[in-house]
Design a binder for this molecule. Structure first.
Ligand code: AMP
Ligand code: GLY
Length: 422
C-alpha cells in the first residue's frame, strides 16, 4: 500500500514511523513532512490546507489511503473532497469535524445527550456575554467558538480577566471569525487527561490515555504552547477510569453524532478533566493529539494499517487493538523564544549520540544545502523514551536530552515528574 500522511509535525513523523512498521506498506508520502519524514518517506511540498492539490497528488501517485494529522483541513472538508474523488481517507467529514471546529456545537451536543461536561452558556452577542460574566463568580473559562490554534481559551481568575478575554475575542477579533460566538464555562478542578478512540461511526475502541503539558516552563508556568511534552499512561490511570471514560463519554458521543446525522469516523480525542464527580469533557478534537501521539503510538502493538482500514471500511468490530504495558515519556525541544518569536536555521547536533532505544520525532526541522539538519520551527523535536515504569522512561529521556543541542534550545525538565502538582 501507498499511504499519504498530511501534516508536518512530530505527530505526523510518529504516524509515518508507525505505518512503516507494517508489512502492508510499500511507500509512505508526507505532505509537507519534515527532515525526519524525509529520511524514511517521500516528502511532498504541499500545504495541508491545499485540499485540491493534495487530492491531485494522491490520484497521480495512486495513493491507497490518506491520513490527516491537523484539524484545519478536516474542518475545511478534506475528507468530503477526497471521498468525492474516490480516494480512501481516514478522518471525519466536515460536518463531523465541527466537534472540534465549533465549541458551541460540541457543547450543545454533550448537553443534549447528557454527556458529563463543564456547565456552560454560549453567546453570539457581546453585551449579553459581558452582562452574564459580571454576574458570575470567578474563576471561569472563556472560549472562542472556532479554531484558534489552541489559543482561544482563557481560564480567568477574576471577572476583569474574563471581560478582557471576552473583548479580545469578540471586539478585537483576535481570532477572526472564530470569535463570532463564545462559550463561558465553569472552571473544573482535577487531573487533565487526553483520551483518544478509534471509531468507524459505530464501534469505539479506546487508545491508551496520555497527559500533555501546554505551558512553556516547568511547574506549568508561562504562556501556553502547542505542547511541551507528554506521557502515557497518566499516573492516576486505571482500567476502571478507562471504562468510565469509554462508556460515559466516548461511546455516547459517537452515538450522539450518529443520531445527529453526522456520523463520526476517525480518531475522537476527548480532552477531559478527572473531577471528584468523575471524568468530564473540556473539549473534543477531531484527530490525533500532538504531542500525545508521540507517546501513545510507541505503545501500540496492533498493525496501525489494519486499524485505519477497518475504520475507513466500517468494520472496526473485527479488530482487536493491543497495547504494551510500557510507559512512555516524550519531551519537546523548542527554539529559543518559542511560543513567542524565535530564530531558525541552527544546526542540530548530537542525534547520533543517543541510546539506541530513544525515539526522536521531528517537527520544525529541515535539511540544509550541505545535507545538514537545521531547525525550521518553534517546536523542533519530540524526544521519547520507553520504560517499564514512568520513572524509568523519564530517567532515560532526561539522560539523553543533554546530548542533543542547537543554539538557544530549551525544554521542560519536569515532564512526567508526577509529584510536582500532577
Ligand atoms: P481546550 O482548548 O478547551 O482544551 O482548553 C485549553 C485548556 O484550558 C485545557 O487544556 C484546560 O487546561 C483549560 N480548560 C479548558 N476548559 C476548562 C474548564 N472548564 N475548567 C478548567 N480548565 C479548563
Ligand atoms: N495536545 C493538544 C492537541 O493536540 O490539541
Amino acid at each position: 500500500m501507498k499511504i499519504l500522511v498530511i501534516g508536518g509535525g512530530a505527530r505526523e513523523h510518529t504516524l509515518v514511523w508507525k505505518l512503516l512498521q507494517s508489512p502492508k506498506i510499500k511507500e509512505v508520502y508526507a505532505a509537507p513532512g519534515n527532515a525526519g519524514t524525509a529520511k524514511v518517506a517521500h516528502n511532498l511540498e504541499i500545504n495541508p490546507s491545499d485540499i485540491e492539490g493534495l487530492a491531485e497528488v494522491a490520484q497521480k501517485e495512486k495513493i491507497d489511503l490518506a491520513l490527516v494529522g491537523p484539524e484545519t483541513p478536516l474542518a475545511e472538508g478534506i475528507v468530503d473532497h477526497f471521498e468525492s474523488k474516490g480516494i480512501p481517507i481516514f478522518g471525519p467529514s466536515k460536518a463531523a469535524a465541527q466537534i472540534e471546529a465549533s465549541k458551541v456545537f460540541s457543547k450543545e451536543l454533550v448537553k443534549k445527550y447528557n454527556i458529563p461536561c463543564a456547565q456552560s452558556t454560549s453567546f453570539s452577542d457581546y453585551d449579553e456575554a459581558k452582562e452574564y460574566i459580571k454576574r458570575q463568580k470567578p474563576p471561569l473559562v472563556v472560549k472562542a467558538d472556532g479554531l484558534a490554534a489552541g489559543k482561544g481559551v482563557t481560564v480567568a481568575s477574576s471577572i476583569a480577566e474574563a471581560l478582557t478575554a471576552l473583548s479580545n475575542i469578540m471586539q478585537d477579533r483576535a481570532f477572526g471569525a472564530a470569535g463570532d460566538k463564545v462559550v463561558i464555562e465553569e472552571c473544573l478542578k482535577g487531573e487533565e487527561m487526553s483520551s483518544f478512540a478509534f471509531t468507524d461511526g459505530e464501534t469505539v475502541i479506546p487508545m491508551v490515555a496520555a497527559c500533555d503539558y501546554k505551558p512553556v516552563y516547568d511547574g506549568d508556568k508561562g504562556p501556553n504552547t502547542g505542547g511541551m511534552g507528554s506521557y502515557s499512561p497518566p499516573h492516576f490511570y486505571s482500567p476502571e477510569l478507562e471504562s468510565t471514560v469509554t462508556e460515559s463519554i466516548l461511546k455516547p458521543t459517537v452515538a450522539a453524532m450518529r443520531s445527529e446525522g453526522k456520523p463520526y469516523k476517525g480518531v475522537l480525542y476527548g480532552g477531559l478533566m478527572i473531577t471528584t464527580q468523575g471524568p468530564k469533557v473540556l473539549e473534543f478534537n477531531a484527530r490525533f493529539g500532538d504531542p500525545e501521539t508521540q507517546v501513545v503510538l510507541p505503545r501500540l502493538k496492533t498493525d496501525l494499517v489494519d486499524i485505519l482500514l477497518a475504520v475507513v471500511n466500517g468494520n472496526l468490530d473485527q479488530i482487536e487493538v493491543k497495547w504494551s504495558d510500557d510507559a512512555c515519556v516524550g519531551v519537546v525541544m523548542a527554539s529559543g523564544g518559542y511560543p513567542g518569536s524565535y530564530k531558525t536555521g541552527f544546526p542540530i547536533q548530537g542525534l547520533n549520540d543517543l541510546d539506541k532505544d530513544i525515539l526522536v520525532f521531528h517537527a520544525g526541522t529541515k535539511i540544509g544545502s550541505a545535507g545538514e539538519l537545521l531547525t525550521s520551527g518553534g517546536r523542533v523535536l519530540t524526544v521519547v523514551a520507553t520504560g517499564k515504569t514512568l520513572a524509568e522512561a523519564r530517567e532515560e529521556v532526561y539522560q539523553n536530552l543533554p546530548r542533543i543541542w542547537f543554539e538557544n534550545c530549551h525544554y521542560r525538565k519536569d515532564i512526567a515528574e508526577i509529584d510536582r502538582g500532577r
